[in-house]
Structures are given as structure tokens and as C-alpha cells.
Design a protein around this ligand. Structure first.
Ligand code: SF4
Length: 320
């Protein structure tokens, strides 16, 4: 597998203005890389900043600070016109296949839209030579092309969303909870479709999900996020077999298992309490309000992400 980097994120930060003088610290100093043809999974509870991270990377949100390097080019400060050639290479698959497709457009027009926008074809009718094979590739038929999104099931709609994202053969696809709105029976089909595309085209995925088992299945590397920061990142097997951060241990401890005796043991390592507000994140280690191993330094000093060996990075004073 090529070692070429498709994405390099340095200290990426995104703050939103809230009411009054308040600031939402949605993303604070996140750094990671993604190689060509690989998948990086981002996990964490709701509100941990994973969706903000994804949307900032593809410049749906303007970064507050930090750097986004896409395929060797710094795209952090490009304006919308300068970004256009890069948009062709970075696409997104959204969580909700019901809301993300235009109800007034036919499936043909939805899939053809990126081809027209990026000048791959000049006229709508010329798009069919791309749209029909893509429909078949995602498990639909050319007869589906003239129908509207509301005529499809959730799984079929997500296939249309995937076809739209992949029609331009992008280098990077951000998958924001792409299967969480789908029936369990459909989830595996959609995941396998994405994996097949990756093998064929070498596309890289930034895959966001809260389902830890699914993240393990799809990802080469996993980043664990907590309150806008990376707590831990490394190769998938390493993170799942040898988690070092108490938050990661807690998340993995909360995966339901069928054996009651093992389940009782695991419960002891699950996480208590709620994630604090990103408007006023705790000082020091942001996890200290919920961490069973918290010590004095944790309330005062923010732990830096450090290499614990084999590229396994962790931000915790216990590992200093
Ligand atoms: Fe827990 Fe301290 Fe490590 Fe944070 S730095 S995870 S509070 S032990």
C-alpha cells in the first residue's frame, strides 16, 4: 500500500460564537494524517467534535486556526474559487439519506450534478454514460435514474448518496455516520460497498461513527476524540487490544457483550457522568471530571499527545 499522504491536519481548531461573549470550543488543536487508500475512523460520544472536525476539513466550516494539507497542498486559506479543483477530490457522505438528497431532483440529476459542476460533462444528457454504470455499481439499476428520492428505501437512498460522492472518483471521502440511520440488515451491504470501492480506486475514507465495532471493522487507524481534542490515536488493532487512555478504556468497556460474567467485569470500566459543555471545557485534561485515575496535575496541565510506541499516540499524564 502506498505511503502517500492524502491528508495532513495540523493543530486544527474550530470555535463557534455562542450567545453573548461565549465561545463553543468544538475543535481544539487536532492533528493527524491519512494515507492514500486507508481509512481513519474517528470515534467519541456525541458532542466530542468529530463531525465538526470532518466539516472543517472539507471547508464546510472555516477553520479558526490550524492547517489542512490535501494531497500536498495547503488548502486552509484558499477561497471558494481556489478550492473548486480540490472539492472534486474531497466528497462527503452524510448521515441522513432522507435529508441529504434533493426531493425535487431525479436520481439521475442528483448523481449528474457533480459531473456538471466540475465540467466533466457539458450537458445533462451526456452524463448518462457515467450515471448508468455508477447506478449499477452501487446495486441500483438504470431504471432507477428517472425516479425521485422519496420513492426509495433508506438503504437505496444511501446508495444514491454514495454514487453522488464517488462519481468524480475523489481521493478523499468523509463518511459522517453513513450507516447509523439504516437498518442493521442494510448496514453491512453499504459498508461492503464502500470497502469494494476502496480496493478498486484507492480512495481514502475519514469515517465517523459511534459504533465501535463498526469502526474496528472499517478502519486501518482509529482516533478517539473527547470534547474537541484527540485523546488517543493509532493502528486499529493496537488501540482495541491495548487502549492506554482511560476514556478509550471506558468506551471499549461499554461495548455490549453476550457473556454475563464478562459483561459484569467490563461494566466496571465504563464511563460515568456526562460530557461537559464545550462552552466552558474543564481546565487541564478535559476528561478529568470523569476520570477514575485523576490526580492533581490533571486539573492544571493539559496532557500533550505523545508517542507511546509503534505510532500509538496518547494524551494522558498517566503515560508521561
Ligand atoms: Fe485521567 Fe489525568 Fe489521564 Fe486525564 S490526564 S485521562 S484525568 S489520568
Amino acid at each position: 500500500m502506498s505511503e502517500q499522504l492524502i491528508l495532513e491536519i495540523n493543530n486544527l481548531t474550530k470555535h463557534f460564537k455562542a450567545g453573548g461573549k461565549q465561545t463553543v470550543h468544538a475543535l481544539d488543536g487536532v492533528s493527524f494524517t491519512l494515507k492514500k487508500g486507508e481509512t481513519l475512523g474517528l470515534v467519541g460520544e456525541s458532542g466530542c467534535g468529530k463531525t465538526t472536525c470532518a466539516r472543517t476539513i472539507i471547508r464546510m466550516y472555516e477553520p479558526t486556526s490550524g492547517q489542512i494539507i490535501m494531497d500536498g497542498t495547503d488548502i486552509t486559506e484558499l477561497n471558494q474559487k481556489q478550492l473548486k479543483p480540490f472539492r472534486k477530490n474531497m466528497q462527503m457522505i452524510f448521515q441522513d439519506p432522507y435529508a441529504s438528497l434533493n426531493a425535487r431532483m431525479t436520481v439521475r440529476d442528483i448523481i449528474a450534478e457533480p459531473l456538471l459542476a466540475h465540467g466533466v460533462v457539458k450537458r445533462k444528457q451526456d452524463a448518462n454514460e457515467y450515471v448508468y454504470p455508477m447506478l449499477e455499481r452501487v446495486g441500483l439499476t438504470r431504471e432507477h435514474a428517472s425516479r425521485y428520492a422519496h420513492e426509495f428505501s433508506g438503504g437505496q437512498r444511501q446508495r444514491v448518496g454514495i454514487a453522488r460522492a464517488l462519481i468524480l472518483e475523489p481521493n478523499l471521502v468523509v463518511c459522517d455516520e453513513p450507516i447509523s440511520a439504516l437498518d442493521v440488515s442494510i448496514q453491512a451491504q453499504v459498508i461492503n460497498l464502500l470497502k469494494d470501492f476502496q480496493e478498486e480506486k484507492g480512495v481514502s475514507y475519514l469515517f465517523i461513527a459511534h459504533d465501535l465495532s463498526m469502526i474496528r471493522y472499517v478502519s486501518d487507524n482509529v482516533g478517539v476524540m473527547y470534547l474537541g481534542q484527540l485523546a488517543e490515536i493509532g493502528e486499529t488493532d493496537e488501540i482495541y487490544k491495548n487502549p492506554l487512555h482511560p476514556y478509550t478504556k471506558g468506551l471499549l468497556g461499554s461495548i455490549p457483550i453476550a457473556n454475563p460474567a464478562l459483561a459484569r467485569q467490563k461494566k466496571k470500566s465504563s464511563i460515568e457522568g456526562d460530557i461537559p459543555s464545550p462552552i466552558k471545557p474543564p481546565a487541564g485534561c478535559r476528561f478529568h471530571t470523569r476520570c477514575p485515575y485523576m490526580k492533581e496535575i490533571c486539573c492544571e496541565e493539559t496532557p500533550k499527545l505523545k508517542d507511546a510506541g509503534n505510532g500509538h499516540m496518547v494524551a494522558c499524564h498517566l503515560c508521561d
